[in-house]
Design a protein around this ligand. Structure first.
Ligand SMILES: Nc1ncnc2c1ncn2[C@@H]1O[C@H](COP(=O)(O)OP(=O)(O)OP(=O)(O)O)[C@@H](O)[C@H]1O
Length: 525
């Protein structure tokens, strides 16, 4: 039991919780007259001087941070041979408690919470501090999903050699990166991994790894096994996968993570003019105001089957309108490097009214062995195949410049594209072809993929991406389709997904090429 008053100043009101190092108490600061959370450190059976010293370092490292999404440390006092850490009191539940109670979070809600935590961690990294124990139980979630990262208990300053020399194994193995699991010194990329694993856990409903009986087995498992690809992460999936890259150099830095998470979260709640709010209790000096959260989801809205309120527009990677972002359609050295600009573009494309990508990027991962090799259809497709299995027929004029395939117009360097253009003719019934194409989707992505020209396939990036995108769609229906006679088809589509239904108009260019009838261009509107 704690004393009635700690260090003659903090009147103990009640126990808030208990963690690995001791209990946390709600106290009243008799001097400043505010509520504080006081965490008991030390005094546990087997407590040693290094632990106590570590506690003090926790206070020092954490106190250096003042950020709206980092729990502020006010003081570290000694009383009764123990160290008491005096913190900002955050009326909250931990993220692990939230998911235990409500089930997995929707990707958007996870992004909203994760973006705040990433903001706080990015500030910590900029100040030279690595948290090293990011996990759902260290994320405090208050009203309106306003979140703060707590417990810099094992944070260390990157220059703090004394801590490095202790060789103490601290932290929670479940969220350790492979490098930490192998005993390497903690770096900011380890926090990126841990936040990625945290996001994985909250959207999937379980952590990436099975809980193994002891820490050593857990560390060994993490060091040896790549994490599975998240299945329920939606638009969050690619970012989480990059955060969980085995090579720390391939992980985005925390500031990038934060900005991508904000894009995903804010897509539902855009608006630079939105008002800001602060935490109700003892808001610290803010460097960046907490953003207005999305409406508190009801209990019904939390589990997966319930529609995510995120509109399809925010979940489906839109097609890039010609000229909207020339660089994004240029040849890509690697798939990973493309994702950041694409994610950042989502918000801008929303403003353009782009809704879903019938053909372009999706949540799949061509690096994912599950989507490679045996799944990969032929790169160029069956030259004789059309959606209904019939050979395409030709006839008519070359398409005009307004129907130049997007890939070509925006700089695709696909070697096969010129050949397509040289032999291209508008098909007899382009409208029927487009209808038949969408009739294949989302179930038969292999056949549909083969109906895209090489240039279009290059635009998409990989069959894995294409398939990944269509995996997020339950149904697509063609409401209206019109053919201008020269291979340009305007089609009105309605997508159904977890997010509900969303409609858009696309202009699709179809040609009879040497490869057969193919879709060679696609744009929204
Ligand atoms: N500043 C705070 N304001 C409000 N509640 C808090 C605060 N800090 C911690 N808590 C509550 O106290 C509980 C215990 O926190 P603590 O940090 O000791 O545990 P933990 O992070 O679960 O464990 P570990 O010490 O192993 O990391 C938390 O689960 C949380 O509910």
């Amino acid at each position: 039991m704690p004393p009635e008053t700690i260090a003659g100043r903090y009147e103990v009101l009640e126990q808030i919780g208990r963690g690995g190092m001791g209990a946390v108490w709600l106290c009243r600061d008799g001097v400043l007259g505010r509520q504080v959370a006081v965490k008991q450190l030390g005094g546990l059976p087997g407590e040693t001087a290094p632990n106590l010293a570590r506690s003090l370092r926790e206070a020092r490292a954490s106190a250096a941070l003042t950020h709206p999404h980092v729990v502020s440390i006010y003081d570290a006092v000694e009383d009764q041979d123990r160290v008491w850490l005096v913190m900002e009191y955050v009326p909250s539940r931990t993220l692990s408690a939230v998911t235990a109670d409500q089930g997995p979070l929707t990707p958007r809600r996870a992004a909203f919470i994760g973006a705040q935590i990433a903001d706080g961690l990015a500030a910590a990294h900029a100040a030279g501090t690595v948290h090293r124990d990011v996990k759902p139980s260290n994320v405090l979630v208050g009203d309106g999903d306003l979140a703060k990262i707590a417990d810099f208990g094992i944070a260390r300053h990157v220059d703090d050699e004394t801590l490095t020399q202790t060789g103490m194994v601290t932290g929670t193995p479940m969220y350790f990166s492979p490098q930490l699991a192998r005993g390497r010194t903690a770096v900011p990329a380890d926090d990126v991994w841990a936040l990625g694993a945290t996001l994985f856990s909250v959207v999937e409903g379980e952590p990436p790894w099975p809980q193994l009986p002891n820490a050593i087995a857990m560390l060994h498992h993490i060091a040896e096994h790549p994490p599975p690809r998240p299945q329920r992460a939606g638009l969050l999936g690619d970012l989480v996968t990059r955060m969980l890259s085995a090579d720390p150099a391939e992980r985005p830095d925390m500031a990038t993570v934060a900005s991508e998470l904000h894009v995903i979260a804010d897509a539902e709640h855009p608006g630079p003019d939105e008002p800001t709010v602060a935490f109700a209790a003892n808001p610290p000096t803010v460097e960046r105001e907490a953003r207005v959260p999305p409406p508190e989801p009801t209990a019904d809205s939390i589990p997966g089957p319930t529609p995510d309120p995120t509109p399809v527009a925010t979940r489906l990677p839109p097609a890039l309108p010609v000229g909207a972002e020339p660089s994004s359609a240029a040849p890509h050295p690697s798939r990973r490097s493309r994702w950041l600009p694409i994610a950042v573009l989502v918000g801008a494309l929303l403003l353009l009214g782009a809704v879903g990508a019938a053909l372009l990027l999706g949540g799949g991962d061509d690096d994912d062995p599950a989507t490679a090799a045996d799944d990969e259809p032929s790169a160029s497709g069956d030259p004789d195949r059309s959606p209904d299995g019939e050979e395409g027929s030709g006839g008519g004029d070359q398409p005009g410049s307004e129907t130049v395939p997007e890939a070509t117009a925006s700089g695709s360097t696909s070697e096969d594209e010129p050949e397509d253009e040289a032999t291209a003719e508008p098909p007899a019934d382009a409208a029927q072809f487009v209808s038949d194409y969408y009739a294949l989707l989302p179930s038969d992505t292999k056949t549909a993929w083969d109906l895209l020209s090489d240039g279009m396939q290059a635009e998409v990036g990989s069959y894995g991406s294409y398939k990944g995108f269509w995996r997020t769609i339950d149904a697509v229906s063609v409401e209206d389709v019109a053919d201008d006679g020269s291979g340009t088809v305007t089609v009105e589509l309605t997508y159904t997904s977890d997010a509900g239904t969303e409609s858009e108009t696309r202009t699709i260019t179809v040609e009879d090429t040497s490869e057969g009838t193919q879709i060679v261009g696609d744009q929204v509107g």
